[in-house]
Design a protein around this ligand. Structure first.
Ligand SMILES: Cc1cc2nc3c(=O)[nH]c(=O)nc-3n(C[C@H](O)[C@H](O)[C@H](O)COP(=O)(O)O)c2cc1C
Length: 206
């Protein structure tokens, strides 16, 4: 697979599935609000239920799932229904600069890996790969079975970047927010979007 496209990241698609860890998507969206022009948001049916279970009612994801985002939030976040195959991101002509599936269930990961495209999230990922845009997949499962591992290999071979939701501890996290920020910071770094969520490792030497 060739190197990544150097397109500036202005239009991002966040795909949220029914894996545990909606808080990662919530934090990523909050941070992207200040650094991109447009956030397309596609949440699977189970993703909505898990977000409602794991997050507070005032969170962006829960509000998006209930159609309650404010006018100001909607000026950047554009939610689409999971079955809206007429949405712009279903077509190569309107592919985002980058798509992040966070958290990614093993089911959605498998369907993207095998090109199933049975809903808008899966179709958008298919489009992003074919248009050679950035596709970042943040899987969450433990343990992985051989099918999960093979599907991740397939995706990596097709050009997707696999960023597992595996926080490190060398930054000495003190809160759950620190752990979430660690993983979200890795996603931003992958896209060359600056952040100050934690100090770079060995920053005193740079
Ligand atoms: C509370 C809850 C947590 C879940 N966590 C995970 C998980 O971490 N990883 C995973 O692959 N599936 C998890 N699942 C199962 C998925 O939600 C399920 O496979 C679903 O069909 C995924 O659909 P989607 O990919 O369309 O969102 C969880 C389900 C529930 C109800």
């Amino acid at each position: 697979m060739e190197g990544h496209s150097m397109r500036p990241i202005r239009k991002v698609l966040i795909g949220v599935t029914g894996a545990s860890g909606s808080i990662y998507a919530e934090r990523l969206i909050q941070l992207l609000l200040d650094s991109v022009d447009r956030i397309y948001l596609v949440i699977t049916e189970t993703g909505e239920k898990v977000a409602q279970h794991e997050l507070k009612s005032e969170s962006l994801l829960v509000k998006a799932s209930l159609g309650k985002l404010t006018k100001q939030e909607l000026s950047i976040i554009r939610p689409f229904k999971i079955n809206d195959l007429f949405a712009p991101c279903a077509s190569g002509t309107a592919a985002p600069d980058a798509m992040i599936v966070v958290p990614s269930s093993m089911g959605t990961l498998a369907r993207i890996a095998t090109g199933v495209s049975s809903n808008l999230l899966e179709r958008s990922a298919d489009v992003v790969l074919k248009q050679r845009r950035r596709l970042i997949i943040c899987p969450r499962e433990m343990p992985f079975n051989l099918i999960h591992l093979r599907n991740m290999t397939l995706l990596a071979e097709a050009g997707a970047e696999i960023l597992p939701l595996m926080p490190g501890f060398y930054q000495k996290p003190k809160t759950m927010e620190d752990l979430v920020n660690f993983c979200v910071g890795k996603v931003l770094e992958q896209l060359d979007i600056p952040h100050d969520l934690y100090k770079p490792w060995n920053s005193r030497l740079i």
